[in-house]
Design a binder for this molecule. Structure first.
Ligand code: GDP
Ligand code: IMO
Ligand code: MG
Length: 426
């Protein structure tokens, strides 16, 4: 039995959803440990595509318990919509007996989204997903957040929501927005609470019980290492701890419970939103890669910025997540590119850097390495030996440069389009 964290090693959208769905075949519990509906995790099973934003990506498997962990910020409207879609699809029964919402998770309220949108229309915009994530985490840290447990006590809800709205009024007014109608907001929340409150409990019990009986547990990250509030490209980051360091408290366990950490990386790099991106391609090349890889936001539909694989970013991910192994996705997308390139270091003011600096990433000069490319359809490869020798050499070079083994190589969006070289659960 093992407790395994799955974390994005780049700027998000690495294919975490696909890998979590795959690994959940052997897990009893899957818990999302951070973020909210800023995430869009895509699962493809038998050619059918599902995009998940809040519920863990193990949901399409028949039995695992799906936990929305204490580190998350949950928009009740998005949650109900997502659950209804999953019920309609037959992925879960109407009793929702497999879904648990942590009592300690915070709520994203409509005015959080209003503030996020207003800020993003001004000079300080960083290209957020406009889902109210930043303002909801601001409330959490300011100790005035509304939590999932508050939905269980509807009589006390109004005072909490009113105090929360009051705290935002000066900001909303300064940004030119309208004050929310607290009465209407509370009425909607009470309505939503009728369905959500029965799912709310101390989620850590479920994880600890699974651990006690020796079952496998997955802790699913959202976003990616370079969007982490501490170690990402600040201030162009999200507002939560993305790294595996946050998986324990954000999921409902202790750091010593974690056995392994799997870092997910594409065979190249993408980023949505603003901020430095040293290996970004010129638009002509980026457009080709975007088309080949379907690089458009799973939720927002925004075109993703595209670039070559960035090894300093992966070294950063290996160090700060304590990666035990890598899962490299989208190798199939690089077929037909010759040569293939990767950034192996940066130069900044005459100094060579092996990892991203705290500032100045927008000024670094990337040091590239080229390798001969490969061609042909990789999506039918199912074993290491099926891959072209040059594709294997590419993966081996990544392993060498990052000092981390690629346990999984993904060659297509479908669950089946995967090469497993090493078991993740040990
Ligand atoms: P996540 O946020 O990390 O779960 O990733 P997203 O779902 O936002 O984006 C990853 C995209 O790549 C999705 O459209 C997946 O279906 C797709 N994908 C995942 N793995 C592969 C792969 O190995 N090859 C190809 N071609 N697509 C993949
Ligand atoms: P998944 O889980 C890619 C980015 C936004 C923006 C920054 C801050 O699908 O990998 P936020 O709305 O969180 O305040 O935006 O973070 N971002 C993501 N980029 N994938 C994600 O999630 C992201 N979640 C947030 O584009 O640059
Ligand atoms: Mg995504």
């Amino acid at each position: 039995m093992s407790i395994v964290v799955v974390v994005g090693a780049q700027w998000g959208d690495e294919g975490k959803g696909k890998i979590v769905d795959l690994l959940t075949a052997s897990a009893a519990v899957v818990a999302r440990y951070g973020g909210g509906a800023n995430a869009g995790h895509t699962l493809v099973v038998g050619g059918q595509k599902t995009v998940i934003r809040l519920v863990p990506s193990g949901v399409l498997r028949a039995t695992p318990t799906c936990v929305l962990g204490p580190g998350m910020v949950i928009d009740p409207a998005v949650l109900l919509e997502e659950l209804d879609t999953l019920i309609a699809r037959g992925a879960m029964d109407a009793s929702l007996s497999r879904v648990i919402v942590s009592d300690r998770a915070h709520l994203v309220l409509p005015h959080h989204m209003v503030v996020d949108r207003l800020r993003e229309s001004g000079a300080g915009a960083i290209g957020t997903t406009k889902r109210g994530i930043g303002p909801a985490y601001e409330d959490k840290v300011a100790r005035r957040g509304v939590r999932a447990i508050d939905l269980v006590y509807p009589n006390e809800l109004e005072a909490k929501v009113r105090a929360n709205v009051d705290a935002w009024l000066p900001t909303i007014r300064a940004l030119g927005g309208e004050a929310p109608d607290v009465g209407a907001l509370v009425a909607t929340l009470r309505e939503q609470a009728r369905r959500i409150a029965p799912l709310v409990r101390d989620a850590s019990d479920v994880l600890h019980d699974a651990k006690k009986r020796g079952a496998n547990v997955l802790l699913e990250g959202a976003q990616g290492t370079m969007l982490d509030i501490d170690h990402g490209t600040y201030p162009h980051v999200t507002s939560s701890t993305v790294l595996s360091g946050g998986a324990a408290s954000g999921g409902g366990l202790a750091p010593t419970d974690i056995d392994r950490v799997v870092g997910i990386t594409k065979a190249y790099t993408t980023r949505v939103g603003g901020g430095p991106f040293p290996s970004e391609m010129a638009e002509v090349e980026a457009e080709r890669l975007r088309k080949a890889g379907g690089e458009f936001g799973a939720v927002t539909g925004r075109p993703r910025r595209c670039g070559w694989l960035d090894i300093p970013v992966l070294r950063h991910a290996v160090r700060f997540n304590g990666l035990s192994m890598l899962a490299i996705t989208k190798l199939d997308v690089l077929s037909g590119w010759d040569p293939v390139r990767m950034v192996v270091a940066y130069e900044l003011d005459g100094r060579r850097l092996e990892r991203p600096p705290a500032t100045g990433l927008d000024r670094v000069v990337p040091v590239y390495e080229e390798m001969p490319g490969w061609s042909g359809d990789l999506t039918t490869c199912r074993s290491w030996g099926d891959l072209p020798a040059r594709a294997r050499a590419f993966i081996e070079r990544v392993e060498q440069l990052t000092e981390c083994q690629a346990a999984i190589v993904s060659v297509g969006p479908d669950r089946e389009q995967t090469i497993i070289r090493q078991s993740v659960f040990g």
